[in-house]
Each structure stands twice: as C-alpha cells, then as structure tokens.
Write a protein that binds this ligand. Structure first.
Ligand SMILES: *[C@@H]1O[C@H](CO)[C@@H](O)[C@H](O)[C@H]1NC(C)=O
Length: 481
C-alpha cells in the first residue's frame, strides 16, 4: 500500500492531534490528608471536580493512586474508585509493593474486591495499574546507603506483576496495561531490565528541585528534566514513558540553587508542564497537599482551601501546549537539544549518564538522583497502604503521596545536605517518621497482619520512611557524584 506525501502528512497531523487530545493529564492522590486522616469518597469527588474545573486549564481528568486500600481499613478498596466512577475520572491504580508478600496480598484482596464490586465500570476508567512505586530505588545501593527504607528488588516486583496479571486475567480489567513507577536511576540500571520487559509502559518520577548536588536553579530545571527523560528513554526498550510525578514547590526550603516560590512553580509549570502536557502522559505533583496542614516543601497548585482558583496562573503560554501538536516526538528532540546545550547542567548530567551507561552502577546513581526526589514523593505516596497513611501524613507536605514524602524528604534533605528548612513543614513528619520506622520494620518482619490491623498507621509510617529514604538516597547519590 502506497501513500502520497499529502496523505502521509495528513495522517501524521491526524495522529499528532489525536495523540495530543488523548494524552493523559492528571494529579497524584494519596489515601490520607496532611493530618493523616483517610480521604473519603466525597472528598475524592471534590478533588476530582476541582482538578477538572481548575481555572486556566482543561483536561485534568485523570488521577494516579498509590494504593488499592482505603486508609484505615485492612483491605477495603480505596474510595477514590467510586469517586472516579461518579466523576468519570480516569485512573492509574497503584499497589504498594514494599511491605512484603502478606501486605501485598491485602493489596490484591482490595483489587479483587474492587473488580467484583465495580467490574467494567472500573475497567472502563482504567489507564493502567502500577505495581509498586520506587521500590527498586529503595532497594538499590543508593537507597540502602541513604537508609531510604524498605524497598523491593526486581525479582519481587516481577513476581508481584505476575500475581496482578493472574488476578485480572479473565476479569473486566483483563486488558489493563501494567506498569511500575520508579526513579530514572532505577530505569537505567541494567539489573532492572527484566522489569522493563514485563511492563507495558515505563513510569518515571522527576524532581529537578531535589537534585541538590547539581546546579539546579529554576533556569536549568527544564534541562535537568529532559536529561532524565532521555536517560530513561534510552533504557525503556522502546516502550512509552509516562511522567508519574513532577512539579516544583510553591513554598519551602531552598535545595541548593532551587528556590521554592510561586514564581518558580509557575515557571516550571510553563516550561515543563505546558511542554509535556502535549507530548507525554503526565500526573503532576500536585493538586493539593496543604489541607489541613501546609507541608514544607508544598507542591500544591491549590492552597489549603480547595478551590478551582489556583495559587498561580496555570494558563499555558501561547505556543506551548496549544501549538505543540508537532511535539509528539519532542520528548526525544527536546532532550537531545537540552543535552546539547553546554550551559545547562543537563549537559553535565547527561555526560555522566552517558558515561555511566557503560557502567551500570554509576549510571544508575546519576540517573536516580533526579528520580529519587520524585521517588521520594512517589515513595511516600506509594506507601499507600501506607500510601494512604503516607498520604495522610504527607498530605501536609504534598500530594497524597508526596505529602508523606515531603516530610520524609525534609529529613532526608536535612540529613543529606541543605534541605534542613524542609523540616519545618514536618511537624507531623518527624513524629510520623519516627513512629513509622518501627512500624514498617515490624510490619515487614513480623507480619502483614499488623498492617491489616493498623493499615493506616503502618502505611503512613512506611510511606514516610520511604520518602525520607528516597530523599536521602538521592542526596547520597548526589554526594557520590
Ligand atoms: C541496580 O539494580 C539492582 C537490582 O535492583 C540493585 O541491587 C543495585 O543496587 C542497583 N545498582 C545501583 C548502583 O543502584
């Protein structure tokens, strides 16, 4: 079959616009608020409605979750699901995968229950299912050195992926794409290649703000972002890459040259967000992380009062998202150009990354730095079971997941390098973290049952710990560099 040039051009244009129109735009949602209270169905509905009606934007109709379990319950399906069905919000489900097989069984129980209860109503809304969040990072040399908390290695994640595929087989969710969220350092690590092979798309978390061992001012944030995407893409085995977390704090401590401010949050939204919203499936971090307590750093584009009026203007600059239909391939192109930009730290980073490619260990480290922060956020979030808990605890600090992560992050940051300021947010975080640590270990070593009993607490603790660890891990990694 032959095509004329005009046909090809037309086809390309059609695909391009279709792709842009079909791209996922959403936010991350933990299972608890910033005071560690479970988020209820009606609250999720309010959040989803707010995201969809956010002034200056359109199309934020998707949500990423960190756990299948409703906070405060052993294994009841998270109430974000009926809320999403009520609001027609698309979902990227998540199962927390770093608390051992027993706790993962609770995640599976909640998933099975959700399928039994909602069936195709749920299946029709699903963008995918993520088995885990930053588990590989936490279980890596970097994560361990950073005391990032309990993670899980590739064999465990592969086993869990298989379990999820078996569970959904023959159900209304049978065709749901499966993914795993991790830091880019994890994705460039050749030891994790089998995980890449086993998933349908690669999900990565990226936070230039946290890359505090590098030049990371808002001026080079875009370059850092694209460099990390490039490194991830080089190891993605040709699979699609989704950005599952990225964002810039509206308030909080400085991280090296990164300054948390409304102005910089807007710059990052304009230069990174508005660019990728037309090129890649994205879950921004985040809609709201400041209810009822404002975490430090705080990433929410909406303040402590839920409102469709954001803290800064989210209207994309002319020529960014709207004009970007040609940008589908931009991810690659952009990254290339950024790497080529000598002035950017991205270039430096990429060089390292490149170098490291030959040295898996080093490259991972480099790669992970960016992701770590993201991971931290993600991790925190993901703790889900804990995630929920995390979300709750984190809630203060950031996205559900993030919120939890934030506190952890602060600690991590403080420990690692400069981040000390962050701790301020964490009134809750410190205590949470402390408590969480014991809980987490106990949960893991002792028994999943505990988690069942006190899902929330354990989860939160785990999340916090994870977050902290992630952050630390990142910092540690950076120092190594
Ligand atoms: C690479 O991945 C493996 C398996 O996840 C992990 O054990 C190892 O620590 C990682 N290497 C680095 C340098 O992070």
């Amino acid at each position: 079959m032959k095509f004329t040039t005009a046909q090809i051009v037309g086809l390309a244009a059609a695909l391009s616009s279709t792709a842009a129109a079909d791209l996922v735009k959403g936010f991350n949602y933990g299972s608890t608020d910033s005071s560690n209270q479970p988020i209820t169905q009606s609250q999720y509905e309010d959040l989803f409605k707010t995201a969809e009606g956010l002034k200056g934007t359109a199309g934020f109709t998707s949500a990423r979750l960190y756990t299948m379990i409703q906070a405060g319950t052993p294994n009841s399906p998270i109430e974000a699901i009926p809320a999403a069905i009520a609001q027609n919000t698309k979902l990227l489900l998540g199962l927390w995968a770093s608390a051992g097989q027993d706790q993962f069984n609770q995640e599976l129980t909640a998933l099975k229950s959700a399928i039994d209860t909602y069936g195709s109503q749920l299946g029709d809304l699903l963008l995918g299912i993520s088995v885990g969040s930053e588990d590989l990072y936490r279980d890596s040399i970097m994560g361990i050195q950073a005391n990032a908390g309990i993670g899980a290695g590739p064999d465990v994640i592969l086993s869990y992926i298989k379990q999820v595929k078996q569970l959904i087989s023959g159900t209304a969710l049978a065709n749901t794409p499966i993914t795993h969220v991790d830091t880019w350092t994890a994705w460039v690590n050749g030891s994790n290649a089998d995980v890449v092979s086993s998933i349908d798309f690669v999900s990565v978390d990226l936070y230039p703000y946290f890359q505090n061992t590098m030049a990371n001012s808002i001026d080079v944030a875009k370059n850092l972002f694209w460099d990390a995407i490039d490194q991830t893409q080089a190891n993605a085995q040709g699979k699609d890459i989704w950005v599952t977390e990225t964002g810039w704090p509206v308030s909080g401590p400085n991280e090296n040259q990164a300054v948390a401010s409304l102005a910089n949050a807007k710059t990052y939204w304009d230069e990174v967000g508005c660019d990728i919203f037309t090129k890649m499936n994205t879950f921004w971090y985040t809609l709201q992380d400041a209810s009822p307590v404002t975490p430090s750093p705080s990433f929410g584009v909406v303040g402590s009062q839920l409102s469709t009026t954001p803290l800064f203007d989210l209207t994309c600059p002319a020529g960014s998202s709207s004009s970007s239909s040609s940008s589908s391939s931009s991810a690659a192109a952009t990254s290339s150009s950024s790497s080529a930009d000598p002035s950017s730290s991205a270039a430096a980073t990429s060089t390292e990354a490149t170098t490291s490619s030959s040295d898996p260990a080093s490259s991972s480290a480099a790669a992970s730095t960016p992701s770590s922060s993201a991971a931290a956020a993600a991790t925190a979030s993901s703790a889900a079971v804990s995630a929920d808990d995390v979300a709750k605890s984190s809630a203060t600090s950031g996205p559900a997941s993030t919120s939890e992560a934030a506190p952890a992050t602060s600690s991590a940051a403080a420990a690692v390098s400069s981040a000390a300021p962050v701790s301020s947010e964490a009134p809750a975080a410190p205590s949470t973290t402390t408590e969480a640590a014991p809980a987490t270990s106990a949960a893991e070593s002792v028994a999943p049952v505990e988690s069942t009993t006190a899902p929330v607490a354990t989860g939160a603790a785990a999340s916090v710990v994870a977050s902290t660890l992630s952050v630390l891990g990142l910092a540690a990694f950076v120092s190594l560099l």
